[in-house]
Design a protein around this ligand. Structure first.
Ligand code: SDX
Length: 437
């Protein structure tokens, strides 16, 4: 899709002090708000724009994902998330994000083979794990070992070479589940399980996490399907904090392994990908339905740092479509596992019901987001809460590397270098230490 520059559409900005005016071109995309091109504003006016958390700033052009926050719509290359989770596999969605369209059968077979034959990691990587305490947070380990992939591939990676960029993307997609499973095994003191080529992506991940050398492990097809769907739901999401981190790191032509490690670090925050772990901890803290009103009051209290985790979103001012799909998956997985009346699911649904009737949440358009239900499924599948954000990172790696690839392939790529509004001291004379008070 290409945006078109509207010849006659401009915004005129006038400096009321000097009367000078600046004509700023408007650029229209295919969906969503048009943008005012301010690239020349500083040169013309001597002024910067100011938008610290980018609420009104488009940082790039992209063809990958579109979110309509008001309507609760999420598209990947034009396909709705609902149809993709219902009809596609995660590897099909990976192909869609990386190459621009859903693969035909031959393309899917070729892509699947390429990913399958990169799933093993260099045996030396095992020694990186030994440096961590067994109880290290899995995200801390992932930041370390994914960044360490640079040490194995950095020298054979020519970012300017299309084929080598593609190999790096395949390596990352293939190895991230292996490293995530190794992280989990290391945490629980069990031996690492090598990937198997007779299993699909989600089955293989479950096998590497829950298989043991002592007995055969057959992945449960319902759980594998749910895992695959969870990967699709977390694959990409426009220019969120971790994706923007990957893009900014990549704009200096840093290698993709280092860029993905930077994305993992950003995703870890509880305001972002760390929220799925925070939701489970919050539900445990609330404990029972009769405590919900007390916690909702705390969530509204500006003097209380407590937030309703899994609620609210910078872009969605409607239901996050991913939350709806996850809530359905919750019921399927719990039924498959024979879990009746999962107390935290009951509590979450009651919390959602009450919050969505509360004026505070309604006025601010705070709805459940992708993190609200995901933890309940993952917990039911056997993952500990400290692994939830790791699973988010496994899924989001395809979004990060697809956005990185799109950016690096832009002929106009320049290093990202924001400016600032300086509010520090003006120039002052140096004071020797014996004269300081
Ligand atoms: C993800 O960007 C993405 O796309 C991210 C993501 C992806 O796929 O990459 O979708 C994944 O990160 C989902 C979000 C997960 N985080 C959480 O669930 C943490 C809880 N949510 C909040 O921290 C918050 O809603 C954010 C961080 C998600 C969004 O923050 P914003 O856009 O900066 O919103 P805000 O803080 O300006 O909130 C607006 C108002 C404020 O009140 P007022 O000052 O107007 O009175 O809503 C309030 C906030 O206090 N508010 C909440 C709230 N979220 C916002 N109040 C209580 N509980 C909440 N969860």
């Amino acid at each position: 899709m290409t945006e078109k520059e509207i010849e006659k559409k401009y915004f005129t900005l006038t400096n009321d002090e000097t009367g000078e005016s600046y004509k700023l071109p408007v650029i229209e995309g295919t969906l969503g708000p048009s943008v005012i091109d301010v690239r020349k504003l500083y040169a013309q006016s001597g002024y910067f724009t100011f938008d610290p958390s980018f609420t009104s700033t488009g940082s790039c052009k992209s063809r990958l994902t579109f979110i309509d926050g008001e309507k609760g719509i999420l598209l990947h290359r034009g396909y709705t998330i609902e149809e993709l989770t219902e009809k596609s596999s995660f590897l099909e969605v990976c192909h869609l994000l990386l190459y621009g369209d859903l693969p035909n059968q031959n393309e899917l077979d070729e892509f699947t083979k390429n990913i399958k034959y990169h799933t093993m990691v260099n045996e030396q990587i095992n020694y990186f794990f030994r440096g961590f305490r067994r109880d290290a947070h899995p995200m801390a380990i992932m930041c370390g070992v994914v960044g360490a992939l640079s040490a194995f591939y950095h020298d054979s990676l020519d970012i300017y070479d299309k084929r080598q960029r593609e190999i790096s993307a395949h390596r990352l997609l293939a190895k991230i589940p292996t490293l995530a499973a190794m992280t989990y095994k290391y945490n629980i003191g069990q031996p690492f399980m090598y990937p198997r080529n007779d299993l699909n992506y989600a089955e293989n991940f479950l096998y590497m996490c829950f298989g043991v050398p002592a007995e055969e492990y057959k992945p449960n097809p319902v759980l594998a399907k749910a895992m695959d769907r969870i990967f699709i739901l977390h694959a990409d999401h426009e220019q969120n904090a971790s994706t923007s981190t990957v893009r900014l790191a990549g704009s200096s032509y840093a290698n993709p392994f280092a860029c993905i490690a930077a994305g993992i670090a950003s995703l870890w925050g509880p305001s972002h990908g760390g929220a799925n772990q925070a939701v489970l901890e919050m539900l445990s803290e609330i404990g029972s339905k009769d405590k919900i009103p007390e916690f909702l009051e705390r969530a509204k209290d500006k003097n209380d740092p407590f937030r309703l985790m899994g609620f609210g979103h910078r872009v969605y001012k409607n239901y996050d479509p991913r939350a709806g799909v996850l809530r359905e998956s919750c019921h399927e997985v719990l039924e498959e596992l024979g879990v009746k009346n999962e107390p935290r699911l009951e509590l979450a649904m009651e919390l959602e019901r009450i919050a969505l009737e509360d004026p505070y949440f309604v006025e601010r358009k705070l709805f459940p987001n992708v993190d609200f239900y995901s933890g309940i499924i993952l917990n039911a599948m056997g993952f500990p809460t400290n692994m939830f954000t790791v699973l988010f990172a496994v899924a989001r790696t395809v979004g990060w590397i697809s956005q990185w690839k799109e950016m690096v392939e832009e002929p106009t790529l320049r290093i990202g270098r924001p400016r600032q509004l300086y509010t520090g001291p003006t120039k002052r004379p140096y004071v020797d230490i014996n004269e300081r008070k």
